[in-house]
Structure formats: structure tokens, C-alpha cells
Design a protein around this ligand. Sequence first.
Ligand SMILES: [Zn+2]
Length: 117
Amino acid sequence: MDELTADQVDELRLELIDGRARLEEVLEISKEGARPVDLDEPIGRLSRMDAIQQQQMTIANRGSYERKLRQIEVALEVIDKGEYGNCRSCEEPIGYRRLKARPETPFCLECQDAREP
Ligand SMILES: [Zn+2]
């Protein structure tokens, strides 16, 4: 796998910044939906169940958005240190194609596969 060129790092950095802005926006919008359902609110039983289910989904999504946001922030720090593009586990270049698809990933495909069950 080849090391990234300076242009590629620049391009991926812009995508990370873009992705960060999008995630921050989504997290801001979904904040409302993650608030506890008010059980005293006079809504029907079914819509209350809907509301709780909706809320649980929102919380689950927010969890994965927040994880991704943290990965993006770490990736941007790594770029600043000039160490972007290498796998955090085996230290081999991750490769442009994989980073293009997931610029926030800290691992090469092999190490990622080894980590996921
Ligand atoms: Zn690796």
C-alpha cells in the first residue's frame, strides 16, 4: 500500500472537516429527540410507546454519531502531527482508497477485520 501524497492528505482533511460539521449538525438536531419522554404528557398510550421507541433509536444513533465524531477529531489531530494515513495498530499505510471511503478510520482493513467479531 502506498503512502499518501500531500494532496491526498489535504483532500481527506477537508472531508474530515466536512464530516465533522455534518455530524455536529445531526447531533444538534437530534438533541431534542434524545430527551426523556415525559410520561405525564397527555398523549395516547400508543403514541407514548412510539415516542419511547423513537427516543431509543435516536439515542442509539447519537451514540454511533458521537463515536464517529471522536474518530474524526482524532484523525484531524493525527493530520496536524503529520502522522495521518498509517494504521494505529500495525503502522502500515492504510491506503488512499480505504481512507477515501472512511477518512476517520484509524486502522487498515486487516486490523479492522481482526478487531470486529
Ligand atoms: Zn493495520
